[in-house]
Design a protein around this ligand. Structure first.
Ligand SMILES: *Cc1c(COP(=O)(O)O)cnc(C)c1O
Length: 422
């Protein structure tokens, strides 16, 4: 198991192996950061060029001409994403950013009334989600200290569904959680929590930033109300790529909280009336003119997901992270690394979180050795072997490099401090 040859055999048997050649990998580096920024694929590059070409060729007529008319691009990409998350095409639109989409969901559907005023979240979520929720409460004149309930983690890295369920009551209007936690990679049982929340009359929104493209979702079957995500992590849409939003069709027909003319019914938009007629589907959540050039790479990138299917991606992803954890246990046991991701693969998303008190400078040493991890303060190393472009041999190699860094104390050449972007 801990030989290069064994890893190479796993690569030989890998049904997804031909997809690696579709991505731009830098020679001499091992990229294990696809959960922060996925790599550029040739298809994404081609679809960006295609849209640029339409601009070159058609000028303003690109809104309706060219292979992918821009006026319908957000809906078209929504349709391509829907397959990936178990939604209907009309329930998904590609628009805005993660943070803006959370604002849009809350401002459209959070209606505090009587004693039902609270928003339930957790203490492990990514800060931007919490900032958005607090500011939404403040625009309603509600004190976040009182109205935002953050479920505590017992071990600092994972959440217990029982604790979340226990915090549900008839004072809670909304539940907002991540599908996969950004640090530990724990998968939250979205189906179970949705069911429990609905029994208490609570609406549910999930942040899929770390789960979309890594694990399967069945949002319709689970009866989830809303979801939102970025597309630059596992979906490989590029830095700042346009995000996505899901609205269960049972919520169609609402007036958006943050209204803008791109939320119009398509046929009505250019009537330019001062009374908005919102789209009768998730399209209503759009605000202004779409960021066409930041959406274009998704045409290519999502076509890979359509072709491969999320189940195959998940199957390989589990094998990669299982293998990584096995090797960490076998090879690094003397160096005080703690695996803080769930060891049960069914509870673990697409990355592995290792804790070490020297993490910041171990990450710097890894980079100096050609491995791209990411550091999460104060002591976390996230490693994401991505199914579409990483190999088992790379997993083996990363563990060997880590072992050398620890054995030869190469990390001591660096400060144990994070960089500005880490
Ligand atoms: C990456 C990530 C975000 C990013 O939000 P942006 O609006 O795209 O900057 C938000 N939430 C979570 C949980 C994330 O992992």
């Amino acid at each position: 198991m801990n030989t290069r040859e064994y890893a190479q055999q796993l690569d030989c048997k890998d049904p997804l192996k031909q997809y690696r050649a579709e991505f731009y990998l830098q020679p001499g580096t091992i990229y294990f950061d696809g959960n922060s920024l996925g790599l550029l694929s040739k298809r994404a590059e081609a679809s960006l060029h295609n849209v640029l070409h339409a601009w070159k060729e058609h000028g303003i007529d690109g809104w309706l001409k060219g292979e992918h008319p821009w006026f319908y691009l957000s809906e078209k990409l929504g349709e391509m994403t829907a397959l990936l998350i178990g939604a209907k095409p009309s329930e998904v639109v590609v628009s805005g950013s993660t943070t803006v989409n959370l604002h849009q969901i809350i401002s459209s559907f959070y209606k505090p009334a009587g004693k039902r005023t609270k928003i339930l979240a957790d203490e492990l979520n990514f800060p931007t989600d919490i900032y958005a929720l607090k500011s939404q409460l403040m625009t309603h004149g509600l004190d976040p200290d009182e109205h935002l309930i953050q479920v505590k983690s017992q071990d600092g890295q994972t959440l217990r569904e029982e604790d979340i369920i226990e915090a549900m009551n008839d004072e809670v209007a909304f539940l907002v959680l991540s599908g996969v936690l950004y640090r530990s990679g724990q998968i939250i049982d979205m189906e179970r929590l949705t069911k429990e929340a609905h029994q208490h009359g609570i609406l549910v929104a999930f942040d899929l930033c770390h789960s979309i493209g890594a694990i399967p979702h069945s949002l319709d079957d689970w009866n989830v109300d809303f979801a939102f995500w970025c597309t630059y992590k596992h979906l490989n849409g590029g830095p700042g790529a346009v995000a996505g939003i899901y609205v269960n069709e049972k919520h169609f027909g609402t007036h958006p909280g943050l209204a803008g003319w791109f939320g119009s019914h398509k046929e009505k938009q250019f009537d330019l009336e001062h009374d908005l007629t919102p789209a009768a589907n998730a399209g209503m959540m759009q605000i202004g003119t779409p960021h066409v050039l930041s959406a274009a790479p998704l045409l290519g990138s999502l076509s890979i997901f359509e072709e491969v299917g999320i189940d195959q991606i998940r199957e390989k992803s589990v094998k990669l992270t299982d293998y990584l954890i096995q090797l960490v246990d076998a090879e690094l046991s003397e160096f005080d690394f703690q695996v803080r991701s769930p060891r049960d693969a069914s509870l673990r998303g697409g990355h592995v979180f290792l804790e070490h008190k020297e993490a910041a400078r171990i990450c710097k040493a890894l980079k100096a050795e050609g491995v791209i991890p990411d550091f999460r303060a104060p002591s976390g190393i996230r490693l994401a072997p991505v199914a579409l472009y990483n190999t088992f041999e790379e997993v083996w190699e990363v563990v060997q490099i880590l072992k050398r860094i620890m054995k030869e104390e190469l990390y001591k050449k660096f400060d144990n401090k994070r960089d500005v972007v880490a």
